[in-house]
Design a binder for this molecule. Structure first.
Ligand code: MN3
Length: 244
């Protein structure tokens, strides 16, 4: 990247992502070019899980978590940073990218989505997860779907029904109403040019085979059932509260 372009991007960068309190956009100093302090690149970084790789077992096994985080997610981050360099999306937050990304922006769509979706996924799981959502989120789920069990069934059916690789989501719509949807590949409901209905994900399940195949083989339904044992409802409720 030419230095002039680089400085322009740096100036355009806006820190933080309002709608994603759990997802950080890291920044790191570039060095080795003799311009320390002047050349500050903003790159997306792989977030820590926040719990041990084996701590979601037996619901999600250690090896799956290690490969999923350390290989798959790390790959999305690396490829996203490479694709952003010199592109019209450089310096934007993920939300800003998703608002503009189109079908033709393949690398940024796939890897930006991959980074956001997985960052969210790790943050809404916990070794002490499971149980029922409480408070306003619990009330909103009951109000929208009739009961927690009805929500669970609808969400699980969406996840089972994703053809091939993709995600199922619980979202907050622009009308502040909850809805369930699915997206293919690494798309997500913030990609306004690519989805029928825009929403901010509160909860998502990765139903790519890499998310469950080592432990569950072709039994996606069993993986979905057990995913409910590790949902961090407190984290989902925080996301809900930030948007409500
Ligand atoms: Mn995945």
């Amino acid at each position: 990247m030419k230095k002039r372009d680089f400085l322009k991007l740096t100036g355009a960068f806006t820190a933080g992502m309002l709608l994603s309190p759990m997802i950080s956009c890291g920044s790191k100093e570039e060095s080795g070019d003799g311009h320390e302090g002047e050349n500050q690149a903003t790159e997306f970084t792989l977030p820590e899980l926040g719990y041990a790789f084996d701590s979601l077992a037996p619901n999600i096994d250690k090896e799956t978590m290690e490969i999923h985080h350390g290989k798959h997610h790390a790959g999305y981050v690396r490829k996203l940073n490479a694709a952003l360099e010199g592109s019209a999306f450089a310096g934007m937050s993920l939300e800003e990218i998703f608002a503009k990304v189109g079908e033709e922006d393949t690398a940024i769509r796939n890897n930006g989505g991959g980074h956001y979706n997985h960052s969210l996924f790790w943050s809404i799981m916990s070794p002490s997860g499971g149980g029922l959502p409480k408070g306003d989120l619990g009330d909103a789920l009951n109000g929208t779907f009739g009961s927690f069990d009805a929500f669970k069934e609808a969400f699980s059916n969406e996840a089972k029904g994703v053809f091939g690789s993709g995600w199922a989501w619980l979202c907050m719509g622009e009308d502040k109403k909850l809805f369930i949807t699915g997206t293919p590949n690494q798309d997500n409901p913030l990609m306004g040019n690519l989805v029928e209905k825009i929403g901010t994900p509160l909860l998502g399940i990765d139903v790519w085979e890499h998310a469950y195949y080592l432990n569950y083989q072709n039994m996606r339904g069993d993986y979905i059932v057990n995913f409910f044992n590790v949902i961090n409802w407190e984290a989902v409720a925080e996301r809900f509260k930030a948007l409500a």
